[in-house]
Design a protein around this ligand. Structure first.
Ligand SMILES: C[S@@+](CC[C@H](N)C(=O)[O-])C[C@H]1O[C@@H](n2cnc3c(N)ncnc32)[C@H](O)[C@@H]1O
Length: 209
């Protein structure tokens, strides 16, 4: 029962179970996110956007890695915005972090605003994946990088590993090839994919040339 209620709130957390899901995501994605963030050398001055920021812990961890730069977090769940703001309260007060209610499909930022855009465990839910990737491309600076992070990769060895979650949440997990193809279609170049042994984790990085 608890597991099902949590899963129902993965797409857009709200209410009591949404709050539980936010804590569970902050905890459950901690190791995955740390592993993925290590694939980017964050420079001190970087402006970074975390899309689908959930409880805002990834935003806090990126803020630790940059010096005088700035981190933005967006999410379309009002509950996630509330929790992300609480999680990042001190950095918001000193203007190092800003949390904004918005959808990935229409980012409230000017063209060429960010050095890096991260998106952890959120791609599955996006309504129009190619256009949403193009929207991220728009807000990246030249040579800026997108980093998509997945816990639920579909692999040839275990194609049905995430079937129960797919059915319950109404999403499709992804393959490495699909993600490479989508990033290329959206205009990204120099695409790298990293997988962690013994898991179904994927970290995909593309560059806006
Ligand atoms: C499984 S949670 C992951 C949250 C966070 N990135 C983490 O790793 O803990 C997915 C998040 O993506 C957000 N999300 C889903 N679709 C979105 C969209 N179209 N625009 C913005 N945020 C979205 C949800 O509200 C939720 O917070």
């Amino acid at each position: 029962m608890k597991y099902h209620k949590l899963l129902e709130n993965a797409k857009k957390p709200k209410g009591f179970w949404g709050k539980k899901m936010i804590s569970s995501m902050n905890e459950g994605h901690y190791e995955l996110t740390g592993w993925a963030l290590d694939h980017i050398n964050f420079e001190r001055h970087y402006r970074v956007l975390d899309v689908g920021c959930g409880g805002g812990l990834t935003v806090s961890r990126i803020a630790e890695r940059i010096g005088n730069g700035k981190v933005y977090g967006i999410d379309y769940s009002a509950l996630c915005i509330k929790h992300s703001k609480a999680q990042n309260r001190k950095n918001i007060l000193c203007n190092k972090v800003k949390i904004v209610l918005a959808s990935v499909s229409s980012l409230p930022f000017e063209d060429c605003s960010f050095d890096v855009v991260t998106a952890v465990e959120t791609y599955y839910f996006w309504p129009d994946k190619l256009n949403d990737l193009k929207e991220i491309y728009r807000v990246l600076k030249q040579n800026g990088r997108i980093m998509l992070v997945f816990e639920m990769l579909k692999t040839p060895e275990e194609p049905d590993k995430w079937k129960a979650v797919e059915d319950k949440v109404g999403i499709k997990t992804v393959t490495e090839e699909e993600i490479r193809e989508m990033l290329a279609k959206a205009g990204f170049e120099d695409i790298e994919t990293h997988k962690k042994d013994g898991t179904t984790w994927l970290c995909a990085i593309g560059v806006k040339k």
